[in-house]
Design a protein around this ligand. Structure first.
Ligand SMILES: [Zn+2]
Length: 249
């Protein structure tokens, strides 16, 4: 599956690679520059095979946070391609192979495009997102209908991170790292059984999953409409929702 999107004069193609049990690894390809980046290669073999099948060669690794299901494949990718690794400086000691440490506000060239780095703590304390014009690679911060668990950060931090992502243009395409959409919307539908946007989205997600299709990427507009975590008006309501989701079965 691919998503073509204009980025200025360039066309960046984004490919989705299912990996591990429910991870997605995203590839960004700039044909004009002959450049391919991989985001969060939790499985190196999947990333390398996915690129090779498209005739692409990975030369850049982009890491959102240190968790092994996002980073364990880095050594294999680097060994095969000599790609350089960009990721959160604050988590340098927690994952292998970081060449270029990043902090909020830094810029990263991705082919002919420029990504901006946003620090979006909550799931981990050093978690970053890569923001390109029209595209946001958000790791485990924002999911379709959900958000990451608070392994290291506070509800207030995650609420602020989601609210910051909500300031992106509505049409921004959002690339989370997990296929959690169905369980997320089942939870949201239980929380808000009369919410039309949640019910509509649950129906769309159920149809996609019963066809075996990915539900991602999503958009900022969709998450602002139907993701109660993103709609939470304050950190207290966000914290209540997050705690309820953590114990939802
Ligand atoms: Zn994670």
């Amino acid at each position: 599956m691919g998503v073509d999107a204009e980025y200025g004069r360039l066309v960046i193609e984004v490919a989705l690679l299912p990996a591990l049990s429910d991870n997605y690894i995203w590839l960004l390809h700039d044909a004009e520059a002959g450049h391919t980046a991989v985001v969060d290669p939790g499985d190196g073999a999947v990333a390398l095979k996915g690129a090779a099948e498209r005739g692409w060669t990975i030369d850049q690794v982009m890491v959102t946070h240190w968790h092994p299901d996002h980073t364990a494949g880095i050594p294999a990718v680097v060994a095969a391609t000599r790609a350089k690794v960009w990721g959160p400086e604050a988590e340098r000691d927690k994952f292998p192979g970081l060449d270029h440490g990043l902090a909020d506000g830094d810029g990263v060239e991705v082919g002919g495009a420029q990504a901006r780095v946003w620090h979006v703590p909550g799931h981990t304390l050093g978690h970053i997102a890569f923001i390109l014009d029209g595209h946001a690679f958000v790791g485990d911060t924002l999911f379709a209908g959900g958000c990451g668990r608070l392994f290291e950060g506070t509800p207030a931090q995650m609420h602020a991170s989601l609210q910051r992502l909500a300031t992106l243009p509505d049409e921004t395409i959002v690339y989370p790292a997990h296929e959690y959409s169905l369980s997320n919307y089942r939870f949201l539908a239980a929380q808000a059984p009369d919410d039309a946007a949640v019910q509509r989205r649950l129906g769309e997600i159920e149809a996609l999953r019963s066809d075996g299709k990915p539900t991602l990427p999503t958009t900022i507009a969709e998450e602002k409409a139907s993701n109660l975590f993103m709609r939470a008006p304050d950190a207290a309501e966000f914290a209540r929702l997050r705690a309820a989701k953590d114990s939802f079965r």
